[in-house]
Design a protein around this ligand. Structure first.
Ligand code: BG6
Length: 527
């Protein structure tokens, strides 16, 4: 019965979503870094799916730009190969490859050479004229972040961005330009500021779409719906009822082939400054006054403003950093971080961070938010666990104060759903109280984060993108922590690959009398 009802609700939600999402406007999608990893793994499959779902208009083209000397045909073959390799289901689900590939074009250009840009500009203009596409240009820079500013400058010099500024909710027939970039946005507040200034010389703030792909995840987007549309949750979503919030994003992969980037970045910059803080904001924000993009983003920013800043000397008590050593994953021996190819043999880059944060506002006063994220951990999972206050000692059911707390867990990935743990009488006993779990899992295939975010950017909806002040405030919070990591001021704790991070990380919740809860993927295993 419950399942039937849930399926019905799900079907209605899906149908509403279909009706509500609509189609992207006619435009040209200009993709720099067209032969790179991000494009091949994520963007082409997402674009093909959008095309097959008829989310993209007929008057539409993708112009790939990269150094390799492809022509349009070889580029089309490469895109097909990438989709076959990384998302074959996008091809089998869709029979629309043929019409999709006709929208693919390629321009061989070196993004570091100004002399290569006029060719890009003239191809864009030809495509617009020949395919009858209005001057709607979406630039996606899927490339090394040090190229963001120089490419923006060249786009301007080539005349490609010489388009008046048209706010997204204005007349859709006006010409527009937009820019999509993905982190890292600088490596601290100063460098992020410099990058932003360079971009702002070419694009207005509301033309810049900064991707944080966690904001494209179904369950991250669902947090505000769960919170603000349930009488069950909204009234108790505060310090009077909530004891703590734990946010975990654990990965089983190691550094993979990304040592050149990761060894300079580390888990703090790679995950905490962006994805983890975004989840904190979604959990902690106040309801927006209007369902308008800026009203929602304003509320998120207020959370960052209320985040208690950590002084460098406080970091040691509130943050743990770790690095994986050799260990075993799924029965296979794996290397330690320092043995990985491309990593400095004495690298002190952290592959794990756990932190204890406080949000100093009325709603959250005194409630610790525990974050942890790392590579080569026990399982791949992103999950948020809300722990409610203990019940008072009670003569009948809780004479010793041993009742387990209620937990609400929001499973972002790999499973999408929520579980609620409550206490109930064990059947057949008089008053033996045991925790029981109620699960809701999403049945529908959620769209990939990139599919959702690309469509949003095409439609000019910036709700699930990061605004500049969010980036800046997130760095402001993270910078002193990064400083405390320098020169081994905060010890680098080793942990064996395949475990849940350094043992000392258990102390963060332990000082408040709490513990890390096992995640759903750990089933009954205790941490
Ligand atoms: C990226 C990080 O932003 O997020 C990667 O750069 C990390 O290091 C990835 O692996 C995790 O994303 P997801 O969606 O797999 O949890």
């Amino acid at each position: 019965m419950v399942n039937a009802v849930t399926e019905q609700i799900q079907a209605t939600l899906n149908a509403n979503k279909q009706a509500e999402i609509g189609q992207a406007p006619e435009h040209i999608f200009i993709l720099f870094g067209a032969t790179g990893d991000l494009a091949r793994r994520k963007l082409y499959p997402a674009l093909l799916r959008l095309w097959s779902e008829k989310r993209l208009p007929q008057h539409f083209a993708i112009l790939g730009v990269a150094r390799r000397p492809y022509n349009h045909d070889t580029f089309r073959e490469q895109v097909r190969k990438a989709i076959e390799e990384f998302a074959p289901s996008a091809l089998t689900e869709a029979n629309d490859w043929e019409s999709f590939q006709e929208r693919l074009y390629y321009c061989s250009a070196d993004a570091t050479k100004s002399e290569d840009f006029p060719a890009v500009a003239s191809l864009v203009k030809d495509l617009e004229a020949n395919l009858n596409i209005p001057t709607h240009r979406l630039f996606y820079l899927a490339m090394a972040p040090e190229l963001f500013a120089p490419v923006a400058e060249q786009l301007q010099a080539s005349g490609l961005t010489a388009i008046g500024h048209a706010p997204a909710d204005n007349n859709p027939h006006l010409p527009w330009k937009r820019l999509i970039i993905e982190k890292p946005f600088g490596r601290d507040r100063d460098s992020a500021e410099q990058l932003n200034q360079a971009l702002r010389r070419v694009f207005a703030e509301d033309e810049i779409f900064r991707i944080d792909h966690y904001l494209g995840k179904e369950m991250v987007q669902n947090i505000e719906v769960l919170r603000f549309s349930n009488a069950l949750f909204e009234p108790i979503w505060n310090h009077r009822n909530i004891a703590s919030v734990q946010i975990t994003s654990s990965e089983t992969v190691g550094v993979e082939e990304r040592a050149a980037y990761y060894d300079k970045s580390g888990a703090l910059r790679d995950m905490v400054q962006n994805h983890m803080l975004q989840m904190v904001m979604m959990m902690a924000m106040e309801p927006p006054s209007r369902l308008k993009v800026e009203a929602i983003r304003d509320e998120k920013v207020k959370v960052l403003r209320s985040l208690r800043a950590l002084k460098e000397e406080e970091v040691a008590h509130q943050v743990v950093r770790g690095q994986y050593r050799a260990g075993t994953m799924n029965g296979q021996a794996v290397l330690g971080y320092r043995e990985e190819s491309g990593v400095q043999p004495r690298s002190s880059t952290e592959t794990f961070v756990a932190a204890r944060l406080f949000i100093d506002n009325f709603r959250w006063t005194g409630v610790p938010f525990y974050l942890r994220t790392g590579k080569r951990m026990g399982a791949k999972a992103t999950e948020i666990v809300v722990q409610f206050h203990n019940m008072p000692k009670h003569l009948y059911f809780n004479p010793e104060g041993h009742l387990q707390p209620n937990l609400l867990s929001i499973q972002v990935s790999p499973q999408e759903g929520i579980s609620i743990r409550i206490n109930a009488k064990q059947p057949g006993t008089d008053a033996v109280v045991v925790p029981v779990k109620m699960d809701f899992f999403q049945h529908s295939e959620s769209p990939e984060a990139y599919e959702r975010l690309l469509l949003d950017a095409m439609q000019g909806d910036a709700t699930f993108f990061t605004r500049w002040d969010e980036v800046s405030l997130a760095w402001k919070f993270v910078d002193p922590i990064a400083d405390a990591f320098l020169d081994h001021r905060l010890p680098l704790e080793p942990y064996a690959a395949g475990t849940w991070g350094p043992d000392v990380a258990t102390q963060l919740p332990a000082v408040d009398g709490y513990r890390w809860w096992p995640l759903s993927v750990q089933s009954h295993e205790e941490v």
